[in-house]
Design a binder for this molecule. Structure first.
Ligand code: CMX
Length: 134
C-alpha cells in the first residue's frame, strides 16, 4: 500500500528563520515555497535523497500547525507516506478500524492529494497519506 516515505513535516515559527539552516548548513536543495490555504500553512520543500523535508509555517492562529507549536514548540509534526491509490488506502485503513481525519482526499502542496490519519490511531504520530499529482 505504501511505496516510500514522501516527506517529514517539521513545524516552524518562521520559514525565513528556518530555511537557512536546512539549505545552507545541511546543504539541502530548496525545491520551492508554496502557500496551502486549505491547511492555513506556508510550506517549504527541501530535497534529501529521494525524500523531502517539509517546513510548515502557520499563516493563521487557527492553523493546526499554530496549535501544535503553541502546545509543543517547533519540531517534528508529521510523517507522510506515498501511496499509488489514495482512495484504496483510505478504504483499507477504515476497514481496519483506523480513525481517519480525512475520509476523502484533499489538496496538499505541489498538486498532491493527501489524507491524514489521526495520531490517536497511529501511536501518537500524525500520519499523512500522499498521492502525487497527475
Ligand atoms: N502529532 C501528534 N499528536 C498531535 C499532533 C501532531 N502533529 N497534533 C495534535 N496532536 C495530539 C494533541 O496533542 C492531542 O493529544 P492529547 O489528547 O493527548 O492532548 C490529540 O492529538 C488531539 O488533539 P485535539 O485537541 O483533539 O485536536 P487538535 O485540534 O489539536 O487537532 C489534529 C489535532 C491532528 C486532528 C489536527 O492538527 C489535524 O487535523 N491535522 C491534520 C491537518 C494538518 O496537520 N495540516 C497541516 C499540514 C499540512 C500539510 O502538510 O500540507
Amino acid at each position: 500500500m505504501l511505496t516510500k516515505i514522501n516527506h517529514m513535516g517539521i513545524a516552524v515559527k518562521s520559514l525565513d528563520d528556518a530555511i537557512p539552516f536546512y539549505r545552507d548548513n545541511l546543504g539541502m536543495a530548496l525545491a520551492g515555497i508554496e502557500e496551502v490555504p486549505e491547511q492555513k500553512v506556508r510550506v517549504a520543500m527541501l530535497g534529501v535523497g529521494e525524500s523531502m523535508i517539509e517546513l510548515l509555517e502557520p499563516t493563521s492562529a487557527e492553523s493546526p500547525v499554530a496549535k501544535f507549536i503553541e502546545k509543543n514548540g517547533a519540531g517534528i509534526h508529521h510523517i507522510a507516506y506515498e501511496v499509488d491509490d489514495i482512495e484504496t488506502a483510505i478504504a483499507t485503513l477504515l476497514a481496519g478500524g483506523a480513525r481517519m481525519i480525512d475520509e476523502t482526499p484533499r489538496c496538499g502542496a505541489h498538486g498532491t492529494r493527501i489524507a491524514f490519519i489521526h495520531p490517536k490511531s497511529s501511536g501518537g504520530v500524525l500520519t499523512e497519506l500522499c498521492q502525487a499529482g497527475h
